[in-house]
Ligand binder design. Structure first.
Ligand code: SF4
Length: 149
C-alpha cells in the first residue's frame, strides 16, 4: 500500500482531529476526480507498518481519529491498520468511492463515507449528493453535519 500524503485534517470527520492517509491505487476513476494522481498504485511512498505506527504514536493525544482516503483495495493491510489505530485509542474512518465495502473492514470503522464523486450532485456539503457519511455502529447517516445553514 502506497500513500501520496499524510496530513492533519479538521473538516473530513466532524468533531475530530484526524490523521489523514491518502492511498494510491483508486480504481473507481470518477469523472472529474480531484486527484487522478491517486489512480496509479505505484505512485507515492510505501506505507510500512513501522512508518504507520510511528505517525500514530507521534500524534496520539493530539489527533483523535485515523482517516484513510481509499486503500480498501488492500483489504487485509487496511483492516490491520485500522485495528492498530483502535488499539491505540483512535476513532477510525474510511472515505471510499465505492457504495459498499467488505464487512471485515466495516467492523473496524467508527465512520464511513461512501459513494463516487458525481460533479452534478456535489460532495457531502451538497443537499442532493449521492455520497453518505455514516456512523457505522448505529448505521446513522450524518450528512447534515456537513451542511451549512
Ligand atoms: S473515489 Fe476519490 S480518488 Fe477515487 S476516482 Fe473518485 S474522486 Fe478520485
Amino acid at each position: 500500500m502506497n500513500y501520496s500524503e499524510i496530513e492533519i485534517v479538521l473538516q473530513e470527520v466532524p468533531g475530530e482531529i484526524s490523521i489523514c492517509f491518502s492511498i494510491t491505487g483508486c480504481g473507481v476513476q470518477c469523472k472529474g476526480c480531484h486527484s487522478s494522481f491517486l489512480w496509479n498504485k505505484h505512485n507515492g511512498t510505501k506505507l510500512t507498518e513501522e512508518v504507520y505506527k510511528s505517525i500514530l504514536t507521534k500524534y496520539n493525544g493530539f489527533a483523535s481519529c485515523v482517516l484513510f482516503m481509499g486503500g480498501e483495495w488492500c483489504l487485509n493491510e487496511l483492516t490491520n491498520y485500522f485495528k492498530i489505530a483502535k488499539n491505540l485509542g483512535f476513532k477510525t474512518c474510511l472515505y471510499t468511492g465505492e457504495t459498499e465495502i467488505p464487512k471485515k473492514l466495516k467492523v473496524e470503522l467508527t465512520y464511513l463515507k461512501t459513494g463516487p464523486w458525481v460533479e452534478s450532485l456535489g460532495g457531502l456539503n451538497s443537499k442532493k449528493t449521492n455520497q453518505k457519511f455514516i456512523e457505522v455502529q448505529t448505521n446513522q447517516i450524518l450528512n447534515h453535519l456537513f451542511l451549512k445553514n
